[in-house]
Design a protein around this ligand. Structure first.
Ligand code: SF4
Length: 437
């Protein structure tokens, strides 16, 4: 009987895609997937350390894993950013862990599991590897409609609050030929929406062709037959070029949505964060993008309570959010992440209570804005890529507009993967509801 595995994923799209890749590696090595961890011979915990308490979550999950199978313990592998950061320290703290694999050593997972099983010794590999290639067609894609395709790995920017350059290593680009082959393979297996992934996705430069920058890559992906939509995450404002804006405007498959992390509305705090753009530059960029693509929907990331953030700085964040009117937002309370510049050099000056007050204020404002923007869609017809069954009702489907707004509507599961025109009848702060037009 085949050995079995399960993977539990925490964190971002990049981690989700890494899990798809690890699933492919394990299946190529003869493992079969099971959803129930208590039935698995191998349990992989793919971790994230971008937010606080990731480690506590990991160790509490490791305790549960051990309690689930006291007599016949599964082999347990910890992968991802916490693995990269903590390395062998995880083995000391958790007796149930057999293998620790860093973010750049993922391809060695089956080999290290084999070694741990046959020798009975615990294995750790958190070494850096420059090779960012991955065997074509091996990832086991978890989404029938969307395909994640990594184009850049790692980051050289070292924003003061961010752990990514330490956990994902320095920036490495995949050749465009490899990327387009992967997109072709994804399309040939039914995927319609391509999500290009990178820590600074728009810093992309083909290592083999000086003429192919991020805009050039968008053009190449658009030319692949069967691609209906292209999305990407996450761009950095300082790498949004006029060429990129023109490509977004002119390429019909590129969605009318741009996630443009701002982090703060105060230039003083942006400087402390080492973001390398000012409030004025960011607002100027938004004006440029909107002049070229008037129907673009913008979203962002904001951190409140960064060290030194005063009430006046926070008011600047609120005024920027009011001015831009984002369609959606991810907001976080600042927390010190290990090894980051802000944790080493700056005092965490804003109290927890004040951080909470600020994030509640920001989220209330954003909720009002989102509701207002969504209400403007009532009475219009939205073209939606049906990508899932609705979470709320069995007879409903869910999809997203080009601008990335969620739309729920009654529909047949056979429509999954198709573009559906939906007459929008109701709006809430987080989604729209309508009927097929
Ligand atoms: S650009 Fe800044 S926030 Fe984004 S991954 Fe790099 S260091 Fe982190």
């Amino acid at each position: 009987m085949a050995r079995t595995y399960t993977i539990e994923t925490f964190g971002c799209q990049m981690n989700f895609h890494d899990s798809e890749r690890m699933a492919g590696l394990l299946e190529a090595a003869g493992y079969a997937r099971v959803d129930d961890a208590t039935l698995a011979d191998v349990i992989v915990l793919n971790t994230c350390s971008v937010r606080e308490r990731a480690e506590e979550k990991l160790f509490s999950r490791l305790g549960e894993v051990r309690a689930d199978r006291p007599d016949a313990p599964a082999l347990v592998a910890v992968t991802g950013c916490v693995a990269q950061q903590e390395g062998g320290a995880i083995l000391k703290r958790a007796g149930s862990v057999d293998v620790v694999v860093g973010t750049q050593a993922m391809r060695r997972l089956p080999e290290l599991l084999e070694e741990a099983a046959t020798s009975g010794t615990r294995q750790v590999d958190v070494n850096p590897y420059d090779d960012v290639s991955f065997p074509l067609g091996m990832a086991v894609r978890g989404d029938p409609v969307k395909a994640y395709v990594s184009i850049v790995e790692g980051c050289n920017d070292f924003c003061a609050f961010c752990v990514v350059p330490y956990t994902r290593g320095h920036e490495r680009m995949r050749p465009a030929t490899e990327i387009t082959r992967e997109v072709e393979e994804a399309v040939s297996t039914g995927r319609r929406e391509i999500h290009l992934l990178g820590q600074i996705v728009n810093h992309y430069q083909d290592p083999d062709d000086a003429r192919c920058d991020f805009a050039g890559l968008l053009e190449r992906v658009q030319r692949i037959g069967g691609v209906e939509r292209i999305r990407f995450a996450s761009p950095h404002p300082r790498h949004v070029t006029p060429r990129m804006i023109t490509a977004m405007r002119d390429l019909s498959c590129v969605c009318r949505h741009l996630h443009l992390p701002v982090q703060s509305g105060s230039t003083r705090i942006l400087t402390a964060m080492r973001r390398r753009h000012t409030r004025g530059e960011y607002l100027g960029l938004v004006a440029q993008i909107r002049a070229a693509i008037p129907d673009i929907a913008l979203s962002t990331d904001i951190i409140v309570g960064f060290p030194g953030e005063t009430s006046a700085d926070f008011e600047e964040t609120l005024s920027l959010v009011k001015q831009i009117e984002y369609h959606s937002m991810f907001s976080f309370k600042y927390s010190e992440r290990p090894a980051t510049m802000s944790s080493k050099r700056l005092l965490d000056t804003v109290s927890e209570a004040e951080k909470t007050r600020r994030i509640v204020t920001l989220q209330e404002l954003q909720r009002e804005i989102q509701l207002r923007l969504n209400e403007q869609a009532v009475g219009t017809c939205a073209t939606v890529l049906a990508d899932a069954r609705s979470r709320r009702r069995d007879d409903e489907l869910s999809g997203r507009t080009s601008g990335n707004t969620v739309v729920n509507f009654p529909g047949n599961p056979e429509w999954l993967g198709r573009m559906v025109d939906v007459a929008v009848q109701k709006a809430g702060p987080h989604s729209l509801w309508g009927v097929p037009a």
